[in-house]
Write a protein that binds this ligand. Structure first.
Ligand code: FAD
Length: 305
């Protein structure tokens, strides 16, 4: 029979938020409230960070189970390989799939200083992607057709342990070949850094959507901590403006304006969506979205059924 044409469908750029697991029952209550506010913007998923070694896995499961049971959202659980054996990671992957998780961000994890690899440890993200795909294949029957969506990390600025950005590109190619579906970037504060990453990826034949990661740049202390962890420095001028702002309202105005401007530039350059690091507070993230008006970058596609 002839396919019936439906009205064209508008596709908004992808939208996701990053949360970290609660550290106490009180902060879990606050986190539930944050999730409730974020859910109102209909994100494609919310991601849940995890610590290398998975010492806080029970807390990761707590928020993941809450998202699955109490909201209409899809969780993307960060899974770090460093500090865990292959056997431990296998158990964790099964535990996530058993609960209905179908999105995993496969990461190596931040390497603790002086870390020495154990025999059975998975040293990089690529073999972790392979392990997830292997387990998915073994469990095809129990996944009821629900394919696992695997994300990986990508770097607009060279990863601090890589000698060159070309090496980073080779690593990203390897992660795609191992079965990754998309990548989320490390923070950056200059749209041209993201555009150069897109160019390098295109030249290398990478097809993964590269979703830019943003921190609402409203808190100078947080930006400094982030620089220590990621090696990516916020612009001095921005830090200075935040430092001399008269109060939190003014700081928020400056930080949100900077973030919205950056997000607009990368969306104009073809970014497939936005991933916002929320630090478990919805205010700044929602303010960024309000000012951005994501619908401006929606694409219209005819659809048939
Ligand atoms: P990889 O892709 O394995 O790369 C790590 C380093 O090893 C790079 O320098 C790479 O060039 C090099 N390398 C890779 N493969 C090889 C190889 N075969 N031979 C030689 N060198 C190689 N960390 C956490 O602990 N918890 C989190 O929840 C978390 N969430 C994150 C979310 C996002 C969006 C991003 C961008 C990062 C996140 N991180 C998190 C930080 C991340 O774990 C670190 O950046 C880590 O240093 C690298 O992780 P990766 O998955 O990119 O590692």
């Amino acid at each position: 029979p002839e396919l019936e044409r439906t009205a064209p469908v508008r596709h908004r750029p992808a939208l996701s938020y990053e949360l970290f697991p609660a550290r106490s029952d009180v902060s879990f209550e606050r986190l539930r409230e944050t999730i409730r506010h974020l859910e109102a913007t209909a994100p494609d998923y919310v991601s849940v960070t995890s610590r290398a070694g998975h010492g806080n896995f029970a807390r990761v499961l707590e928020v993941t189970e809450h998202v699955l049971a109490e909201t209409a959202l899809r969780p993307l659980v960060h899974l770090t390989s460093i500090g865990s054996t292959r056997a431990q990671l296998t158990t964790i992957i099964h535990a996530l799939l058993d609960r209905g998780v179908r999105g995993i961000l496969a990461l190596r994890g931040d390497q603790p200083e002086g870390h020495r690899l154990e025999d059975d440890e998975i040293p990089f993200a690529r073999p972790l992607v392979e392990l997830i795909r292997e387990i998915e294949r073994e469990r095809t029957a129990t996944l009821a057709g629900g394919r696992v969506s695997i994300g990986v990390a990508a770097y607009p600025h060279r990863h601090p342990e890589s000698a060159t950005t070309s090496h980073d590109t080779e690593v990203l190619v390897a992660k795609e070949r191992a079965g990754a579906d998309f990548a989320i970037t490390q923070v950056f504060f200059d749209a041209s850094a993201y555009c150069r990453l897109l160019e390098r990826a295109q030249t290398a034949g990478i097809r993964l959507p590269l979703v830019p990661g943003f921190v609402p740049a409203t808190n100078p202390r947080r930006l400094e901590r982030l620089a220590e962890m990621s090696g990516v420095e916020a612009p001095r001028d921005l830090l200075h403006q935040l430092e001399i702002a008269s109060d939190d309202v003014e700081r928020r105005r400056i930080g949100v304006r900077f973030t919205v401007d950056l997000a607009r530039r990368v969306l104009d350059a073809g970014a497939p969506g936005l991933h916002l690091f929320t630090f478990n507070s919805h205010g700044d993230a929602l303010d960024v979205l309000d000012h951005l008006d994501l619908d401006r970058w929606s694409t219209t596609q005819g659809e048939t059924r």
